[in-house]
Design a binder for this molecule. Structure first.
Ligand code: GLC
Length: 647
């Protein structure tokens, strides 16, 4: 509906700021007009009843306008070119890597020297793990930010970052950074002021004078780090109050019921956008709204906040895509793409955490039934949005898929999950994996899994046992896992070190700032002598690196794997084999994976079920051509082997 007052308000701001609505800024103006009604409605939904809600709305309009004004011409041109490409981030040409700058190369300057390494591998999107100021020893890997705008001196300066971004831009590489939206470090300026007794800033957090409300919250809120940080509140002795700390005690949850908090964080989002961030990873969005009597996760208002952010970003920095890091139940993850009127208008990306965990399930059991049972949920993803697909990241592996999916596959959920945890933590007698349980909660029997891709695939144990056959098997598993997530649709995100098989790193145990958190075992310190072995033919590093490199290059040359919502699962003729079909225009790619330690046989009939059947298939992985056989004959797939067959 046309909202006269709103548009007058908008015009007044734009005029005051000398925006050339009919001239060079016309695209911005058009986007603003197109999104204004939604911005107004979403804001009112959240803050309509707040005493400062109406008074702060002009500030929101101002923030968006200022963000556009301070956006560089280079970035504005990049916005236009991305818009012309359509959904630029659906492309098969994007491949990412997440890394800790200090652990990878030392600092931002030296990271710039490593750009050729990424180019060699084929990676053109870098996710730099949090680089803004964070107190050492209380940093949660940088996710406890004490200054959202100051690059931590450990990594370098803001200028170094800008220089890197410019260099990357020149090489057609993309940058992803985090906004840690849910909380600040207890050493952030706002928290410090709150500790000094400033009531205005105390309102920025969830603070209570006694245990009455905290106890009520705790009754329904799960614990995120039950071992290292039990409960959801921390006592602040300076003021004798309790503050909500869902993650660690040094991470104070921001109170988004206050519009000033929202606007300040939106300003930070634009600050990152104007540094040239291409994909903004919104950390832990599931937690950003709290309400008594609930789990305080995935609440409708959390989605309203994300939608509001999306509409604002769309106006001033449309080239920046939003990734919602919601590692929650499958049904809940899907909602981060938006629902109803906001379908595909919330987060552009989400992590395919469900599928990630299901791949580990299939690897341990050699059975793909649970994976298949989950697909009808995952396939609901709306067109125009995409997944980050991955096998490992800096976090633990949570077996977050639903019990009914396990039951559908014929297993009993409790025992099935127990088997998986035993298998990957190394407790199971015959497991090749070396990992550990993370955040064990004896009250709920919950636990997640830590460990690097290589160690969970058996490489660490195989090396310890000096067992060449087991080493070869583990390498096959590593490439199988990567291939399966690379072709599934979405942007593959490698985790640094996995491209050459880094096993667990136990040095964290002697660092008091890390030893309480075993996720550090899979966050390696890169040793560039080891990395130089990627050039030594036949070394473990070389085999894994060149395999990964080959997978990336195959993907880049196959537009059929761009995320056009063009994935169909093949009929499970063999439960050990996962097969999916990607189709685009007249192109067809069958991706077939054997998750079992035995040779698998797949009837050729499987290739005749989805429209016109080809006589010949070209396998991009082996470079060989195959003849499609008779229905009673089989495609033979090696143990942990896979094929990428183009019709
Ligand atoms: C996200 C991060 C994780 C961190 C948490 C709290 O889940 O990935 O590493 O501990 O948020 O910020």
């Amino acid at each position: 509906m046309y909202n006269y007052t709103l548009h007058q308000q908008l015009h007044a701001t734009l005029e005051e700021k000398n925006i050339a609505v009919a001239g060079s800024d016309n695209l911005f103006y058009t986007r603003f007009i197109a999104n204004a009604t939604a911005i107004d409605a979403l804001y009112r939904e959240l803050y309509g009843q707040h005493p400062q809600g109406a008074a702060l709305f002009p500030k929101l309009i101002n923030t968006i306008t200022e963000a556009f004004i301070s956006r560089s011409e280079v970035l504005k041109a990049r916005d236009v070119s991305k818009e012309q490409q359509g959904h630029w981030f659906l492309s098969n040409e994007l491949t990412g890597m997440s890394l800790y700058v200090d652990r990878f190369s030392g600092n931002i300057k030296s990271l710039e020297q490593k750009l050729p390494y990424f180019e060699k591998l084929g990676v053109n999107l870098l996710h730099l793990m949090p680089i803004f100021e964070s107190p050492s020893g209380e940093s949660d890997g940088g996710y406890a930010v004490s200054d959202f705008r100051k690059v931590d001196s450990r990594f370098g300066t803001l200028d170094d970052l800008l220089h890197l971004q410019e260099k990357m831009n020149g090489k057609n590489m993309y940058l992803m950074l985090d906004i840690v939206l849910n909380h600040t470090s207890h050493r952030h300026e706002w928290a410090k002021k709150a500790k000094e007794g400033d009531l205005e800033y105390q309102q920025f957090f969830y603070m209570y004078p006694d245990r009455q409300l905290p106890d009520q919250f705790d009754a329904t809120m799960p614990e995120i780090f039950p071992e290292s940080s039990p409960g959801n509140f921390t006592f602040v002795p300076e003021i004798g109050k309790w503050v909500m700390t869902v993650f660690h005690s040094y991470q104070w949850d921001l109170n988004y019921t206050h519009p000033a908090v929202f606007i300040k964080m939106l300003e930070t989002i634009f600050f990152y956008a104007n540094l040239g961030v291409d994909i903004l990873r919104i950390d832990a969005p599931a937690f950003i709204w709290k309400q008594l009597g609930t789990t305080c996760q995935n609440l409708p208002q959390a989605h309203t906040i994300l939608r509001l952010i999306k509409q604002c970003v769309q106006v001033a920095a449309p080239g920046m895509a939003l990734l919602g890091e919601a590692i929650v139940a499958p049904k809940e993850i899907m909602k981060y793409f938006g629902t109803g009127l906001y379908t595909a208008r919330e987060c552009d990306y989400a992590y395919n955490a469900t599928h990630m965990a299901l791949q580990w399930d299939a690897l341990a059991t050699g059975d793909t039934k649970v994976m298949l049972a989950a697909q009808h949920e995952i396939l609901q993803k709306p067109f125009g949005s995409s997944w980050i697909t991955y096998t490992r990241c800096h976090d633990d592996i949570g077996l977050g898929y639903d019990d009914y999916m396990i039951a559908h596959a014929g297993y009993e959920a409790f025992h099935h999950r127990k088997f998986l945890k035993d298998y990957f933590s190394g407790a199971h007698p015959n497991t090749p994996a070396i990992g550990a349980l993370f955040s064990v909660n004896p009250k709920t029997n919950d636990a997640r899994i830590s460990g690097s891709l290589a160690s969970l695939c058996g490489l660490e144990k195989a090396i310890n046992n000096n067992d060449p056959a087991a080493i070869a098997t583990s390498i096959k598993k590593i490439l199988l896992m990567q291939a399966h997530c690379f072709f599934l649709g979405g942007t593959p995100m490698l985790f640094y070190g996995d491209e050459l098989g880094y096993t667990n790193d136990y040095s964290y145990l002697s660092d008091p700032g890390k030893s309480y958190d075993n996720r550090w075992m899979h966050r390696p310190l890169i040793d560039w002598n080891k990395n130089s072995k990627i050039d030594k033919k036949g070394s473990i590093e070389e085999i894994i690196f060149s395999g990964t490199q080959k997978l990336i290059s195959i993907r880049k040359n196959l537009p059929v794997v761009a995320d056009h919502k063009n994935l169909t699962w093949m009929t499970p003729h063999n439960i050990h084999v996962a097969g999916y079909l990607r189709t685009y225009e007249d192109k067809k790619l069958y991706a077939i994976f054997n998750f079992s330690p035995q040779t698998a046989y797949l009837t050729w009939y499987a290739f005749k079920e989805h429209g016109h059947a080809a006589n010949k298939l070209f396998d991009h992985w082996t470079g060989k051509e195959m003849k499609v056989g008779h229905d009673n004959e089989y495609l033979i797939i090696e143990p942990y082997g896979f094929h990428l067959l183009e019709a």
